[in-house]
Every structure is written in structure tokens, then in C-alpha cells.
Ligand binder design. Structure first.
Ligand code: NOJ
Ligand code: CA
Length: 714
């Protein structure tokens, strides 16, 4: 039973007078496409439901919490008050896919008291946007007890049928899985997904999946479930009840089996349901960012710079050199010795290459002692983050990089030993400041120390935030590998440029790799929460280049690797291949040199999860546009009108495309580069090879170019 005066239409003017009625409360999104209905049943239980254009998206689904301390189930409530509000504002992210973001929603806040007599007060706040719904639980300051231990959250998402799902298994520690595409009824998370290759896997339920979870209904609705602003709380997995297609929240436990320790006043992360009848609108949604708090770093613009990087990195993954000083190959499963990668001379080679090509960052892995025996399961203090190997001259490289206008990026592999890293953080960041390092790439390979904790549990969630805020204190940008998957916190901590937190390109170097559809799924799943350090740009596709016995390859064409700089959004983009592989193909590398990493605007032109993605983006503060188109294993044809271009300008389109004979498996490196004059009326034909892609740069044409370059013919 809810509030009579709310009905039938809520007036969004503040506190709502209380009176009880049998009728549920409905609030609509600003454009009325989405409706959220809240039911307060006679037994005190609360449910919510969501429709899109009058079609059910979430059937009535339960809300609540179970506590172990005090032992109370917060599942039946008395409603004390309800409050409503409307917000319509715009804000500017420090960097991003667009320079201005509109935040427009209607809000309903319910103030509840536990009906079982504990006296515990709980609030639930709902926000209804045009692209979906977000809601969170709030423990306000209590009259008596303010400390709670959570047994689990009891949030449900009852979807309406056997939707197609793009999912990875539920897990407490890793998200580096290959995606499954299956009906919900076929979800079985007990095997596969590349789990063999992931040593830290923590399997707990064969019907559990991770978020962001992407679904498509038989009626053509696209539905994404995730969370926003995950702070001081464990990540949420979802467990499916098959006959009813109802997902229930399952929070990641701590070492003793509790889920979370809460002290009121406290707010949980937001639970998000993004929905549309167009897949493109899922990718255009900014709902998750809007639900995060504004930046905590007021001076963000000075020292936070979206950028491209190269690095002493891929050469270790392909087995050409090692992290370890003595030449043991940690990642490449070979027993032969290879040279140490992070030598002063080798790093200089990368710095030179970066300087010559206008690339700002150079990442160096394997520079510090400890890689001989680095798995944290056995040793807590593997690395100290300040002691270089003898062949890595920190001072010399500092001067060399500065003279060339390049910034070194330091690598901090924690090997999962977060306790050790916490002890070293201040010292390590001071060391970085002293030696001119502007960014750090962290890593959490292996099991977590404190032992028994998980990558995605409350303790580690707090750790990742401590790292974000402490790096900010030292004016250091952050790229985290193997952390929990993002939930839009880059709005609050814009120095946290990117995370890996999914199966990156590296898997192609030493495992069965990522299927050609992988990059068409990631934008709908992992990237919904934030930028990914996917490490695109591999030009030497087959690993037999490095060792004739190797069968591994990147499941891509070369042109698709270029297109990923546009389709796989990140303000930190690695040009991941070796300098010599780029030097052999400078014509194609030109796209990587040109492509922007920060944007005024993004247009999602075409998208279908698991099939294809085409995006055009306008470089921040410039008139240059970049278009990326990628496909799965199927060849595809598109015709895209370039209507986003300025109507009064002509542009040079440089098209980097698959050669007609290109194929991810049989002929991956065959590409063509063509130049044409185009304008906003041009209809660009795009033909993608199996596993292929097209990348296009569109730059205002100069007078001589207008004469020399031929017009694009339809
Ligand atoms: C896994 C990371 O994803 C990768 O980028 C890094 O090179 C290795 N760990 C070693 O730290
Ligand atoms: Ca990784």
C-alpha cells in the first residue's frame, strides 16, 4: 500500500502527503517511455516493476536486505513518508565520449521502517530516466544501532521471458572470461568461458552471471543490468531462477562469509536497468555516469590528460622478452630463456618511437625486482615498487624521456597482495613524482592477500578507491588491471582513466583468445561501466611471427584493430604492437597517430550485440571526426550517411579498410587505404570482411586537397 495523494500522477514538488491506498505508485520518465511502479503489499513487502513503451521489462520484483547483525530480515516495511523530485541539469566530464552530459530524471524516495519491530529505518530511492531506472538503498542515521553486517541484499530483477543473454559466469575474483551468447534457459556457468586460462576463478553457482549483463527479448527490447557507484560495498553477481527468469542479487562475500559491514548513514551502490528498443541507445546511455557523484578532484584538468601510449609489454606477451631479469618467461608458457625486456636501451627505443609519432605515454613492465617468483599466493611481499633491476636506469630514462617530451608510465603489479601494496603506496607514488612518472598501471594477478578476500569483495572495493584517491593526491593517473569491473567511478575520480576488468587483447597472444564477436559484445557489457584498457592496435596478427610453432592469433583483421580505437572507448589507448611492426606499416599506423582520445560528441550509428558496432566521434575542440566499424565472424555491408559532419564543410575521408580478400583467419593483414572528399550528404559504403573492420578519419579539407583528392562517388 502506498500513498494515495501520489496518484494517479505524481506531482514532483517535494514532500508528498501521506495517506494509504491499495493502488501502487507509478512514476514515468521525462519522455514517458519508461514507467516505474512500486507496490507496497499488504504484508509490508515492497516490489518494483519497469515498463518501456508499455511493454514489461521487469515484472514485479522484490526489494530488501538480510542482516546477520542484528539478525533481521528487512523485507517487510511500514511506509513513513514518500518524497519526489525532478532534476534536469547538464554537467561537463573532465574527459569522455561527449563534452556535455544531460542528467534528467524523476525521483521517488521512500522512507521505511522495518515492520518486524527492530526499529531499523531504511530508505529506497528510485530515479527514472528516459534510458532506464536506477535505485539504491539508504540506511539513514538510526535512533539506536548504526552498525550492520549484511548477510545479503535481496534485490530481484524478474525479466519477462527467455531472453538472449550475453553473459559471463558469476565469479568473486575474475571477469576475464569469453562471453557466452545463449537464451537465459541455457545459462550454465559451471564450465568453459576460458575459465581454464584463469587461475583465480572462484565459481559459486552454475546459474550465476556477472554484470553488466546484456539481454535482448524476443520482442526486440535491449535490457542491460548493472550497478553504479560501487563504493565500500561488494560487487553484485546475479543468480537466475530459471522457471521464473528472476535474477536475485548475490553479493561477493568476505573471508569469513559476511557480505558487507555498514555504518549508517550509508548508501548502497545504485542498481541499474537500462532499456531501449534500439541497441544504439544502450551504447549512448549515460545513466551510470549520471548516478555517480561529481568529481572529487577540482584541479583535474591540469594534470589529467587523455592519451595514447606504447609500451614494453606486448613483446613479453608474445614471448620475445621477459618481465623477469633472468629471462624466465612468466606469461608465455615456454621454458627457453629470452632477454629481459625493460632494459634502459630497449625503453629508449620505445621513447624514440613515441616521440617520433606524437604518442605521449610509454609503459614499462618488468622494471622492478620481484618477477622471478611473483605469484602472491605464497609470498606477501613480492614487489617493493621502488627497486629497479640493474639494467633499468631510472635517472637516465627520466632525463631521456623528458628531453623527448614523452612521459613514462610505471607498472605496479601487486600480484594480488593488496596489503603489501597499501604499505608501499605513499613511497611508490613519491618515487614516481620524483622520477617524472605521470601515470601508473596497477595489476592484481592471482589470489588476493589479505587471504580469503576476493577481488570483488568489500575490502578490495575499498582498496581500489584508496588507490584512486591516493594517486589523485599525488597527481597520478591510474589504469587498473584485474580490478572489479567499473561502475562509472571515473566521473568521481577522473584520474582513474581506465581499467582492464575483462578479457583483453592479451588473451590472443597466449590462449585460445577472443572470438571475433568479443569486441562487438564488450561495449554492451563491460564498457557500460567505464573505459577499458583493451590494448588494441595489433598489426602482426599471427603469433607464428614470433615462433613458427605458435598457433595463436588475434581473431581480427588489421583494419579492425584500427577501428577499435573508436568503438572501444577509452581516454587511455595503447598502441599495443611492437614499434618495428608499426614501422613496417606506417601508412596504416597513421590512423593510430591521428585518432583522438577525448571527444566532444559520439554518434552510435549502428549496433547489435554480438554482431557489429559502428560509431563516429568528434575530437574534443576540433572539427575532426573518426569512425570505427567492426563486425563479428560474418562479412557485412553498411551504407552510412555522414550527416553528423558540418553542413558547410568538405572533409578528407581517409578510409582504412579490409582488402576484398581479407579474412580474420586466412588473410588478416590485407588492408587498403583510400582518400576521398566527402560532405554531410555522402553515403559511405562500408564493407567489412569476416572478423573485419573499417576505420575512417574525417578532417576538414584544405584548398589543395580539394583540388587533388577525388570526390567520393555513391
Ligand atoms: C596481466 C595484465 O593484464 C597484463 O597487462 C600484464 O602485462 C600482466 N598481468 C603482468 O602484470
Ligand atoms: Ca589481465
Amino acid at each position: 500500500m502506498l500513498v494515495k495523494r501520489l496518484l494517479p500522477v505524481l506531482l514532483f514538488t517535494g514532500l508528498v502527503q501521506l495517506a494509504y491506498a491499495e493502488t501502487p505508485v507509478t512514476i514515468s520518465s521525462p519522455n514517458n517511455n519508461i514507467q516505474l511502479t512500486v507496490y507496497h503489499r499488504a504484508d509490508g513487502s515492497l516490489q518494483y516493476a519497469v515498463t518501456y513503451k508499455e511493454k514489461p521489462v521487469i515484472n514485479p520484483s522484490g526489494l530488501g536486505m538480510k542482516l546477520t547483525s542484528p539478525q533481521v530480515s528487512l523485507l517487510q516495511f511500514d511506509l513513513e513518508a514518500a518524497d519526489s523530485a525532478v532534476t534536469d541539469e547538464s554537467w561537463k566530464p573532465a574527459w569522455g565520449e561527449q563534452s556535455t552530459i544531460r542528467n534528467n530524471y524523476k525521483q521517488l524516495l521512500l522512507k521505511l521502517t522495518d515492520r518486524s519491530g527492530s526499529g531499523i529505518r531504511l530508505q529506497i530511492v528510485f530515479r527514472v530516466f528516459d534510458d532506464g531506472v536506477g535505485f539504491r538503498y539508504i540506511f539513514p542515521q538510526q535512533a539506536k544501532l548504526n552498525h550492520f553486517i549484511l548477510a545479503d541484499e535481496r534485490t530481484q530483477f524478474a525479466v519477462t521471458g527467455d531472453h538472449t543473454a550475453f553473459w559471463i559466469p558469476g565469479d568473486y575474483d575474475t571477469n576475464e572470461y569469453a562471453y557466452y551468447t545463449s537464451p537465459l534457459s541455457k545459462i550454465d556457468a559451471s564450465g568453459g568461458g576460458g575459465a581454464r586460462e584463469i587461475s583465480t576463478r572462484t565459481f559459486f553457482d552454475k546459474h550465476a552471471v556477472q554484470t553488466p549483463l546484456m539481454m535482448k527479448s524476443a520482442e526486440g527490447l535491449y535490457i542491460n543490468l548493472h550497478e553504479a557507484a560501487l563504493l565500500n560495498y561488494p560487487a553484485m553477481n546475479l543468480v537466475l531462477d530459471k522457471p521464473t527468469y528472476t535474477f536475485s542479487s548475490h553479493l561477493v562475500p568476505d573471508a569469513v562469509g559476511n557480505k558487507a559491514y555498514l555504518q549508517a548513514p550509508f548508501s548502497t551502490p545504485w542498481r541499474t536497468v537500462i532499456v531501449s528498443d534500439k541497441a544504439t541507445e544502450i551504447l549512448a546511455s549515460r545513466l551510470i555516469l549520471n548516478l555517480n557523484e561529481p568529481s572529487k578532484i577540482p584541479d583535474a584538468t591540469e594534470w589529467i590528460k587523455p592519451q595514447k601510449m606504447v609500451g614494453v609489454w606486448w613483446e613479453m606477451h608474445v614471448g620475445k622478452s621477459s618481465w623477469d631479469y633472468s629471462g624466465g618467461q612468466v606469461g608465455s608458457q615456454q621454458s627457453t630463456r629470452v632477454p629481459h625486456g625493460a632494459t634502459t636501451a630497449n625503453v629508449k627505443k620505445y621513447i624514440d618511437f613515441a616521440a617520433r609519432n606524437g604518442i605521449r605515454g610509454v609503459l614499462v613492465e618488468g622494471w622492478n625486482t620481484g618477477w622471478e617468483d611473483w605469484f602472491g599466493q605464497w609470498k606477501e611481499d613480492v614487489f617493493d615498487f621502488v627497486t629497479p633491476y640493474p639494467d633499468f636506469d631510472v635517472n637516465e630514462l627520466q632525463q631521456f624521456a623528458a628531453a623527448k617530451g614523452v612521459q613514462l608510465i610505471m607498472h605496479h603489479e601487486t600480484s594480488g597482495s593488496a596489503t603489501n601494496y597499501e604499505r608501499w603506496m605513499d613511497t611508490a607514488y613519491r618515487f614516481m613524482n620524483q622520477h617524472g612518472y605521470a601515470a601508473v598501471k596497477t595489476g592484481y594477478v592471482g589470489k588476493i592477500i589479505p587471504r580469503g578476500e576476493h577481488h570483488d569483495g568489500q575490502w578490495m572495493i575499498r582498496h581500489y578507491e584508496r588507490v584512486a584517491s591516493k594517486t589523485a593526491q599525488y597527481h597520478i593517473m591510474l589504469d587498473a588491471h584485474e580490478p572489479v569491473r567499473p561502475t562509472g567511478l571515473h566521473r568521481t575520480y577522473p584520474n582513474w582513466l581506465a581499467s582492464e576488468a575483462a578479457r583483453g587483447n592479451e588473451f590472443n597472444a597466449w590462449s585460445v583468445g577472443n572470438r571475433p564477436d568479443h569486441e562487438t559484445i564488450l561495449p554492451f557489457t563491460r564498457l557500460m561501466g567505464g573505459p577499458m584498457d583493451y590494448t588494441p592496435g595489433i598489426f602482426k596478427i599471427k603469433m607464428s611471427t614470433y615462433n613458427p610453432e605458435k598457433k595463436e592469433q588475434v581473431h581480427t583483421t588489421l583494419s579492425k584493430q584500427l577501428a577499435l580505437y573508436v568503438t572501444m572507448y577509452s581516454p587511455l589507448q595503447m598502441a599495443a604492437d611492437l614499434p618495428e611492426n608499426y614501422e613496417a606499416r606506417m601508412d596504416a599506423f597513421q590512423f593510430i597517430k591521428d585518432v583522438a582520445v577525448d571527444w566532444d560528441d559520439s554518434k552510435i550509428l549502428e549496433a547489435e550485440p554480438g554482431d557489429y558496432v559502428i560509431i563516429a566521434r568528434k575530437a574534443k575542440g576540433k572539427n575532426d571526426w573518426f569512425l570505427g566499424a567492426i563486425t563479428d565472424e560474418n562479412t557485412r555491408n553498411f551504407a552510412e550517411t555522414l550527416s553528423f559532419l558540418d553542413a558547410d564543410k568538405k572533409y578528407v575521408a581517409t578510409i582504412y579498410r579490409d582488402a576484398d580478400s581479407a579474412h580474420w583467419q586466412h588473410n588478416p593483414e590485407a588492408y587498403l587505404i583510400e582518400k576521398f572528399i566527402v560532405d554531410y550528404k555522402t553515403v559511405l559504403k562500408i564493407k567489412l570482411a569476416p572478423g573485419g573492420g573499417t576505420a575512417v578519419s574525417l578532417m576538414p579539407a584544405k584548398a589543395d586537397e580539394l583540388k587533388q583528392i577525388k570526390k567520393y562517388k555513391k
